[in-house]
Design a protein. Structure first.
Lengths: 217, 484
């Protein structure tokens, strides 16, 4: 179970988010004030922080900067209602790991928290499930319904990425980078792997967005 | 006096004052130039006359003297003195420096004021005798001979005429002091300048009046505008325009027209926006009411789903309104930078393709190659996302959406093509009006969301100096193309 620190000053929104996240199996500590948040951050031990930028007491950005300066590396997800683009730049410069713009659904928020946590090298949280396919990141196994399916490591990586991305298309460039790092040569090997996955899970399991990438159906 | 200074300092910035000052300055300059040339010409003429006069006098006196060379020196001296006194018009024996002069004598002195300073000298070269008039002692140059020459004596300049009579071994010189000449010249110049100085104040006053009168149409125009009420956007009457002010009046009227149109569309926008904003909130509250007294789980679930839909609609609308407001206010201050248009399209499609895929719409981007452009990424982002969501909205289930980048001969363009119903010719004209919603979705039912997306795209294109055009495809469906 991941523990979250939710820093949000709006009472209705904060309460809704707290309950919504608790329903989805997170431990949530909710504070409404920047100064209280600072104290909590010093003493508490959290897996991820959800930070609203406009706070009473102490500004969210200031809090983040101060916190990063002190060497704390816990993942921070900014939740902002301000101009998406300018906040993205300044927020990420200050050391945030990702941002979402209000309003956001609880499910979207959960997906982003999991993604940020994983990117920061936290242990994979749970099994990934999609259309009868279950992927266990720790045990490195994939099951189609109850039957285990043996996958080459490249196909496993691609499947894991597609499952993690959920309803966002994984671009071909991103998949290439996942497999080969930044200097991977452009080739049609991704297509070969996708072909392999389709052969195992059905032709319509993965959809192609031509010129863009792939997404699970 | 203080009031005059105040009036003047206020007037300093008026056209009237500036014109008057300029014209008056030009007038004075012209008068000075005219005076200068006139007096130069008069001086020249005067010089010639006086020179001729001097030469003539010298010759006639010499004629008398040369006939008397047999006489002795004192007789000659007497003739010279008498002549010079005669020239001066003074009775013999009366000197200018005399302290006790009778009134008559003073008058006589003044009358002849100009003519006094005359000097004569006769030189008998053979007998080595020099006879001069007594009033002055002048050193004549040894080389002096026939004709005119000048001589500086103290602060005075003398003009001489010399006669060198070789046969009689006589030389005769007659000189005239310069003051006489310069006084004459001064008088002549004063005659030119004095009227100018006298006329100038009158002229300034006349100019002030005339310019004021000439500028009355301007005055009337500015009064007409100044006295307007803020909500009066009627045209400025053409009768108030002169040939010079017509461009200003025309531009002003043009501006008023545009202002009127903008105000009208703003009013309509506010009315539409308030309706569109209130509707989803009302829907949410209605569903909350349903939820509060729901009798079954299925009723509850439907209410929650409806609330979610209203919230999504509201979110979109607020996003759109904020985008529009931002574009309207920033009004073109965007920084250009190089970015990969293809990459931007890939990212946008990665985010939004799922909306199309949910409805079994096939979506594609061609060609698959980088396309560096120098432009404003943010604005392209707005254009692309709005064109795309418009296409997804109107394309029927199982349809296709294609995004095509065209990069040839240094010109980049991109287009979004769908297989939806396209637009009628009538609607093409209104497609970008805010809140205009005409196309019905493929199923014929009303489409969620309001018609702000395309006006955002158009506004962004406008700020990029890009052209966003819509046309119906031959094979059916709409094609939206951005070129710049």
């Amino acid at each position: 179970m991941l523990s979250l620190l939710l820093i949000e000053d709006d009472p209705i929104l904060g309460q809704g988010m707290q309950i919504g996240l608790q329903q989805r199996d997170f431990l949530v500590e909710w504070v409404k004030d920047g100064l209280v948040a600072r104290r909590q951050l010093r003493h508490g031990n959290f897996d991820c922080v959800l930070l609203d930028l406009q706070l009473p007491g102490m500004d969210g950005e200031q809090l983040l900067r101060e916190w990063r300066k002190s060497g704390n590396t816990v993942p921070v997800l900014i939740i902002t209602a301000r101009d998406a683009i300018s906040d993205r730049v300044s927020g990420l410069d200050d050391g945030a790991d990702d941002y979402v713009v209000k309003p956001v659904s609880i499910d979207e928020l959960v997906a982003r928290v999991r993604a940020v946590y994983r990117r920061k090298g936290g242990a994979p949280v749970s099994e990934l499930k999609h259309a009868g396919v279950t992927l266990d990141p720790i045990g490195h196994t994939v099951r189609l319904r109850e039957a285990e399916v043996a996958l080459p490591s490249a196909e496993f990586k691609i499947l894991q990425t597609l499952m993690e991305h959920g309803r966002r298309v994984s671009t071909r460039e991103y998949l290439e980078r996942t497999l080969y790092g930044y200097d991977g040569a452009r080739s049609n090997t991704i297509e070969v792997h996708i072909h392999g996955l389709r052969a195992k899970f059905g032709k319509s399991f993965i959809k192609t967005v031509r010129g863009v990438g792939y997404i699970l159906a | 006096m203080r009031r005059l200074i105040e009036t003047l300092s206020r007037a300093r910035h008026t056209l009237r004052f500036r014109l008057m000052l300029l014209v008056a300055a030009l007038f004075v300059l012209a008068a000075c130039l005219a005076g200068y040339f006139v007096s130069r010409h008069s001086i020249h003429e005067l010089d010639e006359i006086l020179n001729a006069n001097l030469a003539q006098s010298a010759r006639s006196v010499y004629a008398v003297l040369s006939g008397e060379t047999e006489k002795n020196t004192s007789q000659l001296q007497d003739i010279i003195d008498r002549y010079s006194n005669f020239q001066s018009g003074l009775p013999a024996g009366l000197q200018e420096h005399d302290d006790e002069l009778s009134e008559n004598e003073e008058e006589a002195l003044e009358l002849v004021g100009y003519q006094r300073q005359v000097y004569l000298r006769l030189v008998d070269v053979g007998a080595d005798i020099v006879i001069s008039s007594l009033d002055y002692t002048l050193e004549l140059p040894a080389t002096a001979g026939n004709g005119f020459f000048t001589l500086q004596e103290g602060s005075h300049q003398w003009v001489f005429f010399g006669i060198d009579d070789q046969t009689r071994q006589l030389r005769f010189f007659m000189g005239q002091r310069g003051d006489y000449r310069s006084e004459l010249i001064d008088e002549a110049s004063e005659g030119v300048i004095a009227p100018v100085l006298f006329i100038l104040p009158l002229l300034v006053y006349a100019l002030w009046w005339a310019i004021g009168r000439g500028m009355r149409p301007l005055q009337e125009l500015s009064t007409e505008i100044a006295l307007r009420k803020s909500d009066n956007l009627a045209d400025v009457p053409q009768s108030l325009a002169t040939a010079e002010t017509r461009p200003v009046v025309d531009a002003l009227n043009d501006l008023l027209h545009r202002l009127k149109k903008t105000l009208q569309s703003e009013r309509r926008f506010t009315a539409d926006a308030s309706h569109e904003l209130r509707t989803p909130i009302a829907a949410m509250r209605a569903q909350i009411g349903v939820l509060q007294s729901a009798r079954s789980e299925s009723e509850r679930q439907v209410a929650v789903a409806q609330m979610d839909k209203a919230a999504v609609q509201m979110t979109r609308l607020v996003d759109d309104l904020l985008s529009l407001a931002r574009l309207d206010h920033e009004g073109g201050v965007f920084e250009m930078a190089r970015f990969d248009l293809h990459q931007l399209l890939v990212e946008i499609l990665a985010d939004t393709a799922v909306l199309a895929l949910d409805r079994d719409i096939e979506i594609s981007l061609v060609p698959d190659e980088n396309c560096e452009v120098n432009s404003v990424q943010r604005l392209h982002y707005l254009i692309i996302t709005n064109l795309l969501s418009n296409a997804i909205k109107f394309t029927p289930v199982g349809g296709q959406i294609g995004i095509v980048i065209n990069n040839s001969q240094g010109r980049v363009s991109y287009r979004v093509e769908d297989t939806g119903p396209g637009i009628s010719e009538h609607d093409l004209k209104h497609i970008a009006e805010r809140f205009y919603r005409s196309r019905t979705s493929s199923s014929g039912t009303e489409v969620d969301g309001v018609g702000l997306g395309l006006s955002i795209a158009l506004r962004a294109a406008q700020l990029l100096n890009a052209e966003l055009s819509f046309r119906n495809r031959d094979s059916g469906g709409l094609c939206a193309e951005v070129t710049w």
